[in-house]
Ligand binder design. Structure first.
Ligand code: MEV
Length: 438
């Protein structure tokens, strides 16, 4: 099946569906009704969703779960999480409950600076360019004023503007490197608009400025774009309690604390482990980022770059014991918004924001970092005690049973059986067959 089409975007939704199911599936009628089942015909809700993106033919659901009982900076939160992986919400809830009785989570935003760059080439003398930048800088900033008016009224705006010489890396390559404060907005549109204005003013001013060393050299703007690497937009979350109240069922508390620290240390030195360690953290981070309508791709890219900032990829958490006190800490670069983007548009994002008490962007950074830290604690706790599969497979059991077409009564019986037994696909299948035979 290699059907090609011109003007797909111009087709009506139902023609798009007809075209895709008839050209690319073996069961057009079946898939057509599946697609319709997932959309809310003729509703305002559907119209909003259709307009989020292009060529929409239906909706793609993810479960929205709640992890309650998070004590963060002395306040209790129920955290909404959009995630499909079994056991992520359960792990967050367990970690929340665990730390609720041990002082809770502490979180603090350390810095909130975002970055944008105008990338350009210049073929003349760098000393001339540097002098030109110094004298043109006030004009460049002045030209940004109309764009920055609203942001400045909210306490944000441009923080710094530098010319960076990158010619040792790439011939003729320079940047205008700008930093911004964007308050409660993630700031992508604001920053990109400012950068495009900056690029236009810069190119115009440079072109018409007299060049002292011969023919006027070429300047070419290559691109203007924010950076999703935000090492100076950073939040810290931490848990801490005396080793003797770690209270582990499965093992001596000293041994538990030591193994936790060893597990964190392994992720600091071994990239194969660090990636999985950080994946567990991102289970929590992405779920809250998605539920609050933020850009999880931007967060993912920035966090992993941060994990590799020292030249090798490392785990994002640190753990230690000092004066009999066990601590686990995470620092995360997070550019998040609580205004703009999907935050007021997506009805379930509005709901999540309401549940979280209409947080500021800073507060949301703290909550997301805590969700990541909680996941890391929960994962390491399982890994160094019972192993991950015990809890994971229990949560996965319902997926297995759904795959096997079990009814609700059958599910209840199988789940009861596995309260005391180890779950595997084969075991679940056999138990289900037995129930069906009897
Ligand atoms: C699974 O989604 C996440 C874990 O692998 C994280 C970890 O190993 O730390 C359990």
């Amino acid at each position: 099946m290699t059907a090609r089409i011109d003007g797909f975007s111009k087709l009506s939704k139902s023609d798009k569906i007809d075209w895709i199911v008839s050209n690319f599936t073996h069961d057009p009628e079946g898939f057509k009704s599946l697609i319709k089942q997932y959309w809310n015909d003729d509703t305002e809700l559907q119209r909003i969703h259709d307009e989020f993106a292009e060529n929409t033919i239906s909706n793609f659901y993810l479960p929205l779960g709640i992890a309650p009982n998070f004590l963060i900076n002395g306040k209790i939160y129920a955290i909404p999480m959009a995630v499909e992986e079994s056991s992520v919400v359960a792990a967050a809830s367990n970690a929340a409950k665990y730390w609720q009785n041990r002082g809770g989570f502490k979180a603090v935003v350390l810095r909130t600076e975002k970055v944008g760059q105008v990338h350009f080439t210049f073929s003349g003398a760098s000393s001339w360019l540097e002098e030109a930048f110094i004298s043109l800088k006030p004009k460049l900033i002045q030209d940004l004023k109309p764009l920055m008016k609203n942001m400045e009224e909210r306490g944000g705006g441009l923080l710094s503007l530098e010319l960076r010489n990158k010619t040792s890396l790439l011939d003729n390559y320079y940047q205008l490197h700008a930093t911004f404060e964007t308050k409660d907005a993630m700031g992508a549109n604001f920053i990109n608009s400012c950068l495009e204005q900056l690029a236009a003013s810069w190119e115009e001013e440079i072109d018409r400025r007299e060049y002292t060393g011969g023919d006027h050299p070429d300047t070419e703007i290559i691109m203007s774009i924010l950076s999703n690497y935000v090492p100076d937009c950073i939040v810290r979350a931490e848990v801490s309690c005396p080793v003797n109240v770690l209270d582990e069922d499965a093992m001596d508390t000293e041994l538990f604390a030591r193994k936790m620290i060893q597990a964190v240390s392994i992720a600091q030195v071994e990239p194969f482990r660090a990636v999985t360690h950080n994946k567990g953290i991102m289970n929590g981070v992405d779920a809250v980022v998605l539920a609050t309508g933020n850009d999880f791709r931007a967060v993912e890219a920035g966090v992993h770059a941060y994990a590799a900032r020292e030249g090798s990829y490392k785990g994002l958490t640190e753990a230690w014991i000092e004066d009999g006190q066990f601590s686990l800490r995470i620092d995360l670069p997070l550019a998040l918004g609580t205004v703009g983007g999907l935050t007021r548009l997506h009805p379930l994002v509005r709901f999540s924001m309401e549940v979280l008490g209409q947080p500021s962007a800073k507060e949301l950074m703290e909550l997301v970092a805590v969700a990541g830290l909680a996941q890391n604690f929960a994962a390491l706790r399982s890994l160094v005690t019972t192993g991950i599969q015990q809890g994971h497979m229990k949560m996965h059991l319902l997926n297995i049973l759904n795959q096997l077409g079990a009814s609700s009564t059958e599910k209840e019986k199988v789940v009861a059986h596995f309260k005391t037994a180890t779950v595997s696909f084969n075991e679940a299948q056999q138990v289900l067959e037995q129930i069906r035979r009897s």
